[in-house]
Design a protein around this ligand. Structure first.
Ligand code: KG4
Ligand code: ZN
Length: 783
């Protein structure tokens, strides 16, 4: 028939303990996928190290070339969150780099199709393990014509499901490993349920290909449509928000609750975004009355939205005043937007857009894939606003409003934008670092390395060339999603990385005016940090590098913070002493050579940033603490309270912060009990001074001991103005050159990762396909 080479679909799933892979040939005329090879490997908690080597082995065995892949298909779960994310990040990396479509299939569907292909007929119940005594159940009818799914994805306590266990012929799924006796009475013959053999409990390559083919047949998936199925769109099946968010909703749903989750985050001039909570009801009602006139919601109606499971509401504040809100509910995979409002003083500032995007981001986590809303026929401004978010008119509801006006129904897909990054705004670090090179990449500026950073709560990407010039340095900060919890919530961080990684990587390529094909290597942070967050960047980068057959480079995050000093000081040369001070680390490092680090001393307990955050929390100043404390401190007296300077005279370079933290918190509590109106600025200034005194004294000793003539800073706390000034003075006295990285190079960013990656590229220090993410890694050991 046709002479052209076959195009392949690559499908895989890691939702459970099994890594399942399938390769099939796509036939566009019949919309069928013909199986070529499949493979299942048991890989308990090892999916990230197993998946890509297995894919490569299968390609080699079948003699398939990577460029022959026309689409990637990924099992979306439900299953283990980290497991699903490994497959998802890998799939996004492959599909992005190959520039092909990425399709998703339910892991439960893949189990059902696998049973179907083995000739099973009748009703099948699949139960996947959801941990903590919960399962993801779904029923299917296995008919001669194919598999018919009977229920949507849910999560339920195993006891509750087993109690009213619906009629079935077969049961399968990895939840049976733990809960078999809930479904089969002691394994006795009294029940007529047939438990399928263990081989049928997890998705298989065959099941994945058949499930994808079924979606192609019913036209909900087209493996050749990379516009609709662009890799940024696909998300895991979660069935619920993160635990932190779920618990917050439960708290908020209780009437007359007195919780103030988002404390008074006072960043005046700046707009902060928070989810809707009890304390905001009155402000919303007032803005409603102002904006909506007769159709304004009553306090009761507003309060009723609080804490509902299928709702998402976000509010925007400038300082303490509410300037906007938006919300909607999710039903049958659709987000119905109920309200979008901004104060008249705050129109046209992008606030409404951001609010809708945050609501949409939550909705996607709750399983929505489309959005709809009604808008007044006469409100052309609003219609234009929604069109810009890619919604289209889709009918009219005559006389919908109480005054008789028609409503236009508008609908659209989720995410709202093609390159959506969980509704976050992209920050360009290059302009802020004033180190930009605005001319495009010259062809000779090789190598071109794309670097990604996902160790904590920022999704970041940078592009560096062979001369060390950063052509892109982009960042999406998740702070609005974490602030109300008083710190970074690991599960939320992982989810947002998965949502943002494609958009952030694409934005970096676009800004550098280059493309995937031009890249010579891809790098990512692999440690230390939150494993569930790191894994997203590692799996994505490793897969993209493999797809393009270029090296993958791993970078230690702390080494990145050291290299960040090259951004303002390109001629920086060891030996040097660096103070690393962040939310997770506090140490003095001697850099003997690039790649050769000696830790002179570090904290025995809390990190400096952590102390700032905890003190801020005790003062009710919100999260993160560093910026607010330093701001309050400008109005305070640093000598007002004599807080302890722990280890100042310890004779070594170690630190201890927990004593200081406790002293400050105890002080605040005592003052409160005594009814004293304690002065926040004085406490902040005195606490900050205690920190600075120790930091600077030990840095001075480190310089004297090592004889280094260069001193550098790294980490979020290095943004502290008082600390920077104290170092300026000390370094002048010591005759040492001081490098003060710009703020955006102090906090987490991908530019610093790219700088390390370039050195490692020159030394050809590349990572293998089984490379993984790690929570811990010593800066001293080479990797
Ligand atoms: O390096 P970073 O962005 O993240 C990691 O922890 O890796 O550092 C964040 C920390 C937070 O604890 C924050 O409170 C602190 O840096 N921070 C500051 C300032 N800005 C941020 N601490 C003191 N003064 C500041 N101006
Ligand atoms: Zn950091």
């Amino acid at each position: 028939m046709s002479q052209s080479k076959p195009s392949y679909a690559l499908a895989f799933d890691t939702a459970n303990e099994t890594v399942a892979i399938g390769i099939g040939v796509l036939n566009q005329e019949t919309r069928t996928i013909t199986e070529v090879a499949t493979q299942e490997v048991y890989a308990r908690r090892q999916s990230n190290t197993t998946l890509l080597p297995q894919i490569e082995a299968l390609f080699n065995r079948c003699e398939i070339k990577r460029e022959q892949v026309s689409c990637v298909i990924c099992g979306r779960g439900p299953g283990s969150f980290t497991g699903v994310r490994i497959a998802m990040a890998t799939a996004k990396g492959l599909a992005s780099a190959w520039e092909v479509a990425l399709g998703g299939v339910s892991s439960l569907d893949a189990v059902a199709w696998n049973a179907w292909s083995a000739g099973k007929r009748g009703r099948l119940t699949v139960v996947a393990d959801a941990m903590r005594h919960e399962i993801y159940p779904a029923q299917f009818d296995l008919l001669d014509s194919g598999v018919l799914r009977l229920d949507p994805d849910t999560v339920i306590k195993v006891e509750a499901y087993a109690e009213s266990f619906p009629k079935t012929d077969f049961i399968a799924g990895d939840a049976l490993e733990k809960y078999l006796n809930h479904f089969v009475d002691d394994g006795s013959v009294s029940t007529r349920v047939c438990v399928l053999e263990k081989d049928f409990w997890a998705p298989t390559g065959k099941g994945l290909l058949l499930a994808a083919q079924a979606k192609w047949q019913d036209k909900s998936f087209n493996p050749f449509d990379k516009e609709v199925h662009n890799p940024g769109v696909l998300l895991p099946v979660y069935t619920r928000l993160s635990d932190a968010e779920e618990n917050e909703r439960i708290r908020l749903a209780k009437e007359n609750t007195d919780v103030k989750t988002a404390q008074n985050i006072k960043r005046t001039g700046e707009i902060t975004y928070r989810p809707f909570e009890e304390s905001q009801v009155n402000a919303i009602v007032q803005l409603e009355a102002l904006q909506m006139g007769s159709s304004a919601w009553s306090p009761l109606a507003v309060r009723d939205e609080l804490g509902r499971k299928n709702r998402s509401w976000w509010t925007a504040f400038e300082g303490e005043s509410l300037v906007g809100y938006a919300g909607g509910f999710i039903a049958d995979g659709n987000l119905q937007i109920l309200k979008v409002a901004t104060a008249p003083t705050h129109h046209r500032q992008g606030i409404a857009r951001r609010l809708v995007q945050y609501v949409a981001s939550d909705a996607r986590d709750l399983g929505a894939s489309s959005v709809s809303l009604e808008v007044r026929a006469s409100n052309e401004g609003a219609q234009a606003f929604y069109r810009a978010l890619s919604l289209q008119p889709n009918g009219v509801r005559p006389r919908y409003y109480s005054d008789g006006e028609d409503a236009i129904v508008m609908v659209g897909p989720l995410p709202l934008a093609k390159k959506d990054v969980a509704g976050m705004s992209l920050q360009d670090n290059r302009t802020r670092n004033s180190n930009e090179n605005q001319t495009g990449l010259a062809p000779e500026s090789k190598p071109q390395i794309l670097a990604l950073e996902t160790s904590c709560d920022e999704t970041a990407a940078a592009l560096i060339d062979g001369k060390g010039v950063l052509h892109a340095d982009i960042l999406a900060s998740q702070i609005d999603f974490h602030a109300r919890f008083g710190g970074v919530v690991p599960e939320i961080a992982s989810r947002k990385h998965i949502e943002a990684i494609c958009g952030v990587a694409e934005a970096a390529l676009e800004q550098a005016k280059t493309s995937w094909k031009e890249l010579d290597a891809i790098a990512s942070t692999y440690a230390p940090g939150l494993v569930g967050a790191l894994v997203v960047g590692v799996a994505f980068s490793k897969a993209a590098a493999w797809a393009l057959d270029i090296p993958y480079i791993q970078v230690n995050h702390l080494e990145g913070h050291i290299y960040a000093n090259k951004i303002p000081t390109p001629d920086l040369k060891p030996p040097l002493v660096v103070s690393l001070v962040s939310g997770g680390h506090t140490m003095l490092v001697e850099v003997r050579d690039w790649g050769d680090y000696h830790i002179l001393g570090q904290t025995l307990d809390d990190a400096v940033g952590e102390a700032f955050d905890k003190v801020a929390k005790a003062l009710g100043l919100g999260y993160p603490g560093g910026p607010v404390i330093s701001k309050e401190a400008t109005r305070g007296n640093p000598k007002a309270i004599d807080f302890p300077r722990a280890m100042l005279h310890s004779g070594d370079l170690r630190f201890s912060l927990s004593g200081l933290k406790t002293a400050v918190i105890t002080y605040i509590e005592k003052e409160r009990q005594a009814g004293n109106d304690s002065s926040i600025p004085d406490i902040a200034a005195s606490f900050q001074q205690a920190v600075i005194d120790v930091q600077v004294a030990k840095a001075r000793t480190a310089l004297q001991q090592t004889g280094a003539k260069e001193f550098c800073l790294g980490g979020g706390v290095a943004a502290n103005q008082e600390l920077r000034q104290a170092y300026e003075k000390m370094c002048a006295e010591e005759g040492v050159r001081l490098t003060l990285p710009p703020l955006t190079a102090c906090t987490d960013n991908a530019g610093m990762i790219a700088l390390v990656a370039l050195d490692r590229f020159r030394e050809t220090r590349f990572a293998s396909l089984d490379a993984d993410a790690h929570a811990q890694a010593s800066l001293e050991s080479s990797y």
